[in-house]
Design a protein around this ligand. Structure first.
Ligand SMILES: NC(=O)c1ccc[n+]([C@@H]2O[C@H](COP(=O)([O-])OP(=O)(O)OC[C@H]3O[C@@H](n4cnc5c(N)ncnc54)[C@H](O)[C@@H]3O)[C@@H](O)[C@H]2O)c1
Ligand SMILES: O=C(O)C(=O)C[C@]1(C(=O)O)C=C[C@@H](O)C=C1
Length: 364
């Protein structure tokens, strides 16, 4: 169901350049909120398909976007951003590429108008590209990194934050270099490891592979990702990814040493420690409460007024649902905060409905 126009914080029109998975998903989510979304792509079929799915309408020469969202492959991003800054001298331009430092450095070297550029990165995606894989709810409750830099204007920050919130994401503010180090750990190295692991399956016989279960599927889903995209991501973040892979190689060497003689003194302890570290690591993933308990997260908008959060908790109590976990996100310039409430999955729908009836706005 569409969401009414008044709810959109993002001003119209917004131009999305690159209508693949990310661009079409952003278009769908914004269009559902009533934003006038303009679309552009070098591929006529990607453009037509995104428009057919309802992600927006093809841009015309007379259109004057307030904001441009560049969603093209990483190695083209700096050039396309620079071109959009020139073409639309009054617009703020953002991009959604998976790496941030190199793009900013290239724009700076090219003398681009950095006041109106502010890079970003939604931490949500899929292993399949193209508008056919796009989803309006792709960004729900996911972090959306805003890669702040000293020259950006408050208006640029405000517009990018509004888009992130309108598509249901949670804005996170990070410096571009800090962003690249973080995603090396939580996204780029996991991709390399999943890819290497899946590559090993080439040695498996059909009867061996027929036994594949949930464990293998959980650890290899992203190995189906686009090699071209990932080549560009790794090339732009090579040192940070390399550092973590070196540490991983040391870990593998320890496991290999223990496996070479499992009866040697210390070998079993080494293997146990590897597993205990893994248990500890998985518990550190926010929203992932160990391996034996899963909750459903609801993201509720909370007005920036005294007592609002207390009222939310009280009403959830009245509805009779227990809060299992809670995360708060409040951006200094926004007039509201986001409360991410984790509840038992079987109670989530009932809670969402009851909160909606009581006038709370949920990000979905
Ligand atoms: N795939 C993910 O999971 C994911 C997640 C977060 C961010 N990103 C980032 O989003 C960006 C887009 O990735 P995607 O997965 O949507 O890729 P995609 O291949 O699905 O879409 C990219 C689109 O850009 C178009 N394009 C290429 N060059 C262009 C140009 N010069 N002008 C206009 N359009 C052009 C292509 O025709 C294609 O339709 C990348 O920078 C990627 O790093 C991807
Ligand atoms: O879930 C997936 O399929 C993804 O590939 C998403 C994922 C990630 O690693 O989390 C991949 C790359 C993007 O830059 C952001 C998100």
């Amino acid at each position: 169901m569409g969401i009414s126009q008044e709810l959109a914080r993002t001003p119209s029109p917004v131009l999305v350049v690159g209508t693949g998975l990310l661009g079409a998903s952003i278009g769908l989510a914004l269009a559902q909120r009533g934003v006038d979304v303009l679309l552009s792509d070098v591929s006529p079929s990607a453009l037509a398909l995104a428009a057919d799915y309802g992600a927006g309408r093809p841009v015309t020469v007379t259109d004057r976007p307030v904001l441009v969202v560049v969603a093209v492959p990483p190695e083209l991003t700096a050039d396309v951003v620079a071109e959009q800054l020139r073409r639309h001298p009054d617009a703020v331009v953002t991009d959604v590429a998976s790496v941030k430092f190199q793009i900013l450095a290239r724009l700076e070297a090219a003398g681009a108008d950095l006041d109106r550029y502010l890079g970003s990165h939604p931490m949500a995606g899929r292993e399949r590209g193209g508008p056919i894989a796009a989803r309006a709810d792709l960004f729900q409750g996911q972090p959306w990194v805003i890669a702040e830099h000293p020259r950006m204007t408050p208006r640029a920050l405000e517009l990018v934050e509004r888009v992130a919130l309108d598509v249901g994401a949670v804005p996170v503010h990070l410096d571009p270099a800090e962003h690249d180090r973080a995603v090396a750990l939580v996204s780029h190295v996991p991709q390399v490891v999943a890819t290497l692991l899946a590559g090993r399956l080439l040695d498996g016989t059909p009867s061996q592979l027929a036994l594949a279960g949930g464990g293998l599927r959980d650890t290899t889903r992203i190995a189906a990702s686009d090699p071209g995209l990932w080549l560009q991501i790794l090339a732009a973040n090579a040192p940070a990814v390399g550092d973590i892979l070196q540490a991983l190689r040391d870990d593998l060497d320890r496991v290999l040493g223990a496996l070479a003689d499992v009866d040697a003194p210390g070998a079993r302890r080494t293997l146990t420690e590897v597993f205990l570290h893994g248990n500890e690591g998985v518990r550190r993933i926010p929203g992932k409460h160990g391996t034996d308990a899963t909750y459903t997260d609801l993201v509720v908008f909370v007005a920036d007024r005294p007592g609002e959060l207390a009222r939310l908790f009280q009403e959830i109590g009245e509805i009779g649902v227990n809060i299992e976990d809670l995360r708060l996100e409040h951006s200094p310039r926004a007039q509201f905060g986001l409360a991410e409430v984790s509840v038992l999955p079987e109670r989530a729908e009932e809670l969402a409905r009851a909160l909606g009836e009581r006038g709370w706005q949920l990000s979905r």
